[in-house]
Design a protein around this ligand. Structure first.
Ligand SMILES: Cc1cc2nc3c(=O)[nH]c(=O)nc-3n(C[C@H](O)[C@H](O)[C@H](O)COP(=O)(O)O)c2cc1C
Length: 403
């Protein structure tokens, strides 16, 4: 679910200066395995030629309302009817107005009207055009009807000034498309809470005790759950990764901050996935000011952080599906099984972080899934995205009462 591979996507392109970015979006969607049909408005052709999209998709490009498909059926209804998702990127103010009032006056608006597929809009325009009450009312109405709105964002606009109206990053537009495709997914209506990354425990205002967790595994799970229709909260320790679009992200630094954020988010959740590497110890009494260098050695006294994993799970209630990670450097299964039992987890994801290609910072991971029923599933070395899918397959089974 949520994957664009094999999906029929209609890409509408309108007359905005951000049109050139639509070519990159089109190329990326094709590379991800989507079947992309491009509809250009008349104005869009002032900015970018149909040939660009025809070459990228190796399919006809449509712009005339009276165009026909290769089988001679009417493009203005057929394209929309067979689409899995309709994305308009960039969406001009004019097209927003047409979509809002249900106009069928050109090929793109007609395609949208004839389609029951989810609509993704990515507005891009001048700052005043964007903030105009007419535009805001049009966007609000489209959102109310279920359109997924991605951006705009604040930044440099074509007229040389900075303001709200810039096209959202293309990664976010693709995330919006994934969300659209994943709406009917198995986790639709479910709330999933994921913890990710490592924590940093201050020694003084400039130094900390931390660990090597990058957050990649937890972020991959958050995105995969979002793409299966879930409403996702991600509680993240410091990470270089960008906040995934469509996920509520809370950034924290210390273990105690992570506990507080999880306490706030876990209520009412259906699934808890604890992928964060939380510090077991923290420096006792961190210095208020930077500790100055002297010739003497320095000893740090570390005190035990409270292990809050069990408390968070209890707060979530008895129906909460609980998934924990165990990062180990030896005796993986023994330690994993101990943790599974201690925390009464439904699923324990054990990974040996010293194995090549596995563990912290890598894009791949080799894990063993230990189930509460005593089952053991050894997965091969996979990308973290693939591991996330495997974990969520198990989560779906647990939600439906299987183990
Ligand atoms: C150079 C130039 C840049 C433009 N950029 C935008 C833009 O970024 N966003 C927008 O809504 N309209 C923009 N317009 C105006 C649209 O092209 C115009 O409103 C047109 O009616 C859009 O029609 P369409 O939605 O059918 O493509 C621009 C016009 C020009 C001449």
């Amino acid at each position: 679910m949520g994957s664009v591979k094999g999906k029929r996507i209609v890409l509408g392109v309108t007359g905005s200066i951000a049109c050139f970015k639509a070519a990159q979006l089109c190329s990326t969607l094709v590379q991800l395995g989507a079947e992309v049909d491009v509809v250009l408005t008349e104005a869009a052709q002032q900015f970018i030629a149909p040939l660009t999209f025809q070459s990228l998709t190796r399919r006809p490009v449509y712009s005339d309302l009276y165009d026909v498909l290769p089988d001679l059926s009417s493009a203005h209804v057929e394209l929309g009817m067979r689409a899995d998702a309709l994305v308009v990127c960039p969406t001009s103010a004019t097209t927003l107005a047409r979509l809002a009032r249900g106009s069928a006056e050109d090929m793109l608006s007609c395609t949208a009207l004839a389609s029951t597929a989810p609509l993704v809009i990515a507005p891009a325009m001048n700052v005043n055009m964007w903030s105009h009450p007419a535009t805001q009312a049009n966007v609000a109405l489209l959102r109310e009807r279920g359109a997924i709105q991605v951006g705009p964002v604040e930044g440099r606009l074509a007229e040389g000034i900075s303001g709200m109206g810039r096209l959202a990053p293309l990664e976010d537009v693709i995330a919006g498309i994934r969300v659209a495709l994943g709406r009917p997914g198995a986790l639709a209506g479910r709330r999933v809470v994921v913890s990710a990354g490592g924590t940093q425990e201050p020694i003084d205002p400039v130094r900390y005790v931390g660990n090597r967790s990058s957050g990649k595994m937890g972020y991959a799970i958050a995105e995969a759950a979002r793409d299966r229709g879930a409403q996702v909260s991600l509680v993240s320790g410091p990470s270089a990764l960008a906040a995934p679009w469509g996920v509520e992200v809370r950034r924290v630094e210390t273990a105690m901050q992570m506990r507080d954020a999880l306490v706030e988010t876990v209520n009412g959740a259906d699934v808890l996935v604890m992928a964060a590497a939380v510090a077991d110890f923290r420096p006792d009494d961190p210095a208020e000011h930077k500790i100055k260098k002297t010739d003497a050695d320095l000893s740090l006294r570390l005190v035990r952080n409270v292990d809050f994993s069990g408390d968070i799970a209890r707060q979530g209630g008895p129906a909460l599906v609980k998934v924990y990670f165990a990062a180990e450097t030896r005796d993986l299964v023994t330690y994993g099984e101990q943790k599974l039992r201690r925390l009464q987890a439904d699923l324990l994801v054990a990974n040996d972080v010293t194995e090549p290609g596995s563990g912290f910072g890598t894009d791949t991971n080799r894990v063993i899934l230990l189930g509460r029923d005593g089952s053991r599933q050894d997965l091969p070395l996979l990308t973290k995205d693939e591991v996330a899918e495997q974990i969520l397959n198990r989560v779906e089974r647990l939600l439906s009462g299987q183990s």
